[in-house]
Structure formats: structure tokens, C-alpha cells
Design a protein around this ligand. Structure first.
Ligand code: BJ8
Length: 425
């Protein structure tokens, strides 16, 4: 860290000693996992900087914005429509959910057999180490999986500003109507929070900003189809993770700059990973910062991850919102249409996801799929079984991994991943 952010963290109510410890672990993990990679694109310097300042400069920007009246909204899910938040000049940030923290305290409030992602959200709050949750003027919970849905009842007692949004569980006309009604309510809530009435022009602008961010990520994904892969899966994952934190316009520019560089690499036939390395598609639960364990194991075992069928990845970013509508209702409908295509495993049945995994495997020329399920995540762990057998039946080698945020199983995972890479090589 270059500047002294301690007074700011103190004002936000962080536990400085615990937070310091967290930053040290995060910095060391980043150094060991990311900075030891070879042939990284130069454009990743920006993302190194963002990560080094993720609790510093970015929080300062949010805090400075708040002094000017700009609101911060925190979220745990890609179903929270950023377009509506942007339309009211507010900022949407993903809340910290990628590492274990204060586990003992968490397990006084949640059963032990709760997934790491939910436990992490509670741990960061209870341990007072997440400046994002502390700077949020509103935190949006969503009724997705049972774990999140029920844990929000308890989270509501820990934070003063929780807003819970209902989410349908079936892709039926009734499901779509529910999502539409919930997004209309959310829009009102955002208007009330910000004091800004969202009109057609504002919503169009919000859609444009978020679509541009998605377009840049789509461009990056396209470039990952090349062999040799011009960027490692770890670096591409990091870009997808920063998607949830950074200023959207600056983020879009930075991703496009990397893409320019990757295009040059492809023209020159150079890459970040040796040509012919076994190509893997990751599919399953989202990986939030600093959950880098599995990708790190995969890429230090000689393979390259070429795509993520995940909410921190293509499930979250694919499909643009149609901005051609000329009325507020048309634009709101377009937003509903776009998000209703997200094929999260909370939907039943959820055939679109299997189709998407197959499509991605073919498009990115992946030789195998590694399905990543967080322990105690019922939607994804249950869906993993039919997904695995359908992929194997279609001739796509698949490895099903269930893990958590601890490092205890690293050796065991490494052995399984290496055997799988041998199978697809
Ligand atoms: S749209 S994937 S971001 S809900 S890992 S908490 S599902 S028990 S994160 Fe998700 Fe939205 Fe769906 Fe995407 Fe529950 Fe599973 Fe835990 Fe999970």
C-alpha cells in the first residue's frame, strides 16, 4: 500500500489488526500465485495495481463519492441488475466472499455445513475486515439457494441496511413475472436510496455502461480461444473478479487494452502458456477473490483454463441487455429478459446450463471440463452429477471436484487434477 488508509479504515469501523493480517495473507497469496507466472501480458500491471489497492484506493474512491452524495450498493449475486444501480449514479460492488475468516464466530450463527461462500460473507462482517460491506448504503440479498435465503434472516440482524429481493426458481412465465415485479421494486428502492428518479435516458446510459463492460469481457473470452493461449486462466479469472469492484469505465478501458495486446500476441504466435497445453473449461460455483486455489492447482499442473462457466465468468457476463427500447417499460423489460437467461443451478429444471457447458467446450476447444462444486452447495453439487454423466456420454472428459476454501486438500486435489490432465493429454 502506498498511502496511509488507516484513518479511513478506522472510520469505517474495521478491526485494524485483523484487517492488516488479512491484507498480508492476500498479498502473499497474490505474490505466490500471480506474480510467479511467466509471460503475463503487460496489461495485467493494471490489475496488479487494482488488487494491491482493492481495500485502499478503490475504497477511498467510494468514500469520496459518498461525501458527494453517491451511494454504494453491495451485492452477493449476479441477479442484482447493475444497469438500474448505474442509472441512479450509484455504484454496485461485489461483497467479499472468497476466503474463510472468523470461522468460529460464524459457526455460532450458521450451521457448520454451510457453503464457504456464505460463511465467508458472514466472516468478513463479523471479523470487521470488509471495507465494501462497511461502506455500503444498501446490501442486497437475493432468494437464490436455501443457504443464502435463510442466512439473510440472520445477516439482517448484523447489518442495518439489508434489502432482500425474491428470485424465481423456474423459467416459467410466472417466474419471469416475478423477476419483473422484483426488478420494478428494486428500481423504486434504488430511487428512494439515491433520491434520483430513473428515467429512460438514465436507464439507457446505465445499460450502455454495463454492456460496454460485458463487451470488453466478451472480447477477452474470444481471444482465449487461441492456441497458444495468450493469457493464463488465472489472469483471466482475475479480470472477471475485478469486474465486480472496479469503476466500470476504467475497467472497460483496461480490459480493452489487454485485448489489444493479446491480439498482437496471437498475430505473432506467442502466448502466456505453451502451445498445445491441455485446455480445460471450468464449470460450477463462482470463485470470488481470493479463491484461486483450484485454478492455481490446474495451471501449475501443466494445463490451461480457457473459460469459466461460472457467475464470475461467462454465466455472469454473457448476453447484453437490449438498449433499443424507447420507453422506460421497454428498457426494464429488456433488463428482465437479459437476467432471466442466467442459468444458475437454483433453477429447476436447468437444461440451459448443460447446453452452455457443451457449447463452451466446443467453442474454446477444451479437452475436458472440471466441475467445481463448493462443499454443502446443494444446487451445484446436485447438478454436478447429471452434468458429469451427460458430458461423459457426449465424449467430454469431466472431473467433478468438491472442495472448500481451506488449503487442507491441496495435495489430494493436485493428484486428481494431474491424473485428469494425463487423461485428456
Ligand atoms: S446466480 S451461482 S451468484 S446464486 S455456492 S451461496 S449457490 S450454496 S453463489 Fe450464486 Fe447468484 Fe446463482 Fe450466480 Fe448457494 Fe451454492 Fe453457496 Fe452459492
Amino acid at each position: 500500500m502506498t498511502a496511509n488508509y488507516e484513518p479511513m479504515w478506522k472510520d469505517l469501523g474495521l478491526d485494524l489488526a485483523a484487517h492488516d493480517m488479512l491484507l498480508q495473507v492476500l498479498g502473499k497469496g497474490y505474490q505466490d500465485i500471480f506474480l510467479t507466472q511467466e509471460s503475463r501480458p503487460q496489461g495485467m500491471d493494471y490489475f496488479n495495481f487494482v488488487l494491491s489497492e482493492v481495500h485502499g484506493l478503490r475504497i477511498k474512491e467510494l468514500v469520496d463519492g459518498k461525501k458527494e452524495g453517491k451511494k454504494v450498493i453491495g451485492s452477493f449475486c449476479v441477479f442484482v441488475p447493475e444497469e438500474i444501480v448505474r442509472a441512479a449514479d450509484a455504484t454496485l460492488v461485489g461483497l467479499c466472499t472468497g476466503a474463510d475468516f472468523a470461522t468460529e464466530e460464524v459457526e455460532k450463527l450458521l450451521p457448520r455445513n454451510t457453503c464457504s461462500l456464505i460463511k465467508s460473507a458472514f466472516g468478513f462482517k463479523l471479523g470487521k475486515v470488509c471495507p465494501y460491506i462497511e461502506s455500503a448504503d444498501m446490501i442486497v440479498g437475493e432468494n437464490t439457494c436455501d443457504g443464502k435465503k435463510k442466512s439473510y434472516e440472520t445477516l439482517g440482524e448484523l447489518v442495518p441496511n439489508l434489502y432482500v429481493m425474491d428470485i424465481p426458481q423456474m423459467k416459467s412465465p410466472e417466474g419471469r413475472s416475478l423477476l419483473k415485479a422484483e426488478y420494478a421494486k428494486f428500481k423504486q428502492q434504488v430511487e428512494q436510496l439515491t433520491g434520483i428518479t430513473i428515467d429512460t435516458a438514465r436507464l439507457k446510459k446505465g445499460i450502455e455502461i454495463v454492456n460496454n463492460k460485458r463487451r470488453a469481457i466478451h472480447r477477452l473470452s474470444q481471444l482465449r480461444k487461441a492456441d497458444p493461449a495468450p493469457i493464463s486462466g488465472l489472469d483471466a479469472l482475475l479480470v472477471n473478479q475485478v469486474f465486480f469492484y472496479d469503476d466500470p469505465i476504467r475497467f472497460t478501458d483496461s480490459v480493452n487494452k489487454i485485448c489489444d495486446e493479446l491480439e498482437e500476441r496471437i498475430k505473432a504466435g506467442t502466448g502466456a502458456i505453451p502451445k498445445g497445453s491441455p485446455r480445460i473449461l471450468l464449470s460450477g460455483c463462482p470463485m470470488a477473490v481470493p479463491n484461486w486455489k483450484l485454478p492455481w492447482i490446474i495451471e501449475t499442473s501443466g494445463a490451461v483454463i480457457v473459460g469459466e462457466e461460472s457467475c464470475v465468468g461467462e454465466r455472469g457476463t454473457r448476453n447484453l441487455t437490449d438498449d433499443s427500447g424507447s420507453t422506460l417499460d421497454q428498457l426494464m423489460d429488456a433488463i428482465v429478459d437479459r437476467y432471466f437467461q442466467v442459468d444458475c443451478a437454483i433453477f429447476t429444471p436447468n437444461p440451459d446450463r448443460l447446453g452452455h457447458v457443451k457449447e463452451m467446450t466446443a467453442e474454446y476447444n477444451a479437452k475436458g471440463v472440471i466441475h467445481y462444486g463448493l462443499q454443502f452447495c446443494q444446487p451445484y453439487q446436485m447438478e454436478a452429477m447429471p452434468v458429469e454423466s451427460a458430458l461423459e456420454n457426449a465424449g467430454i472428459p469431466t472431473l467433478r471436484i468438491d472442495t472448500d476454501y481451506s488449503m487442507e486438500d491441496v495435495e489430494q486435489l493436485k493428484t486428481r487434477v494431474e491424473a485428469f490432465i494425463e487423461r485428456i493429454s
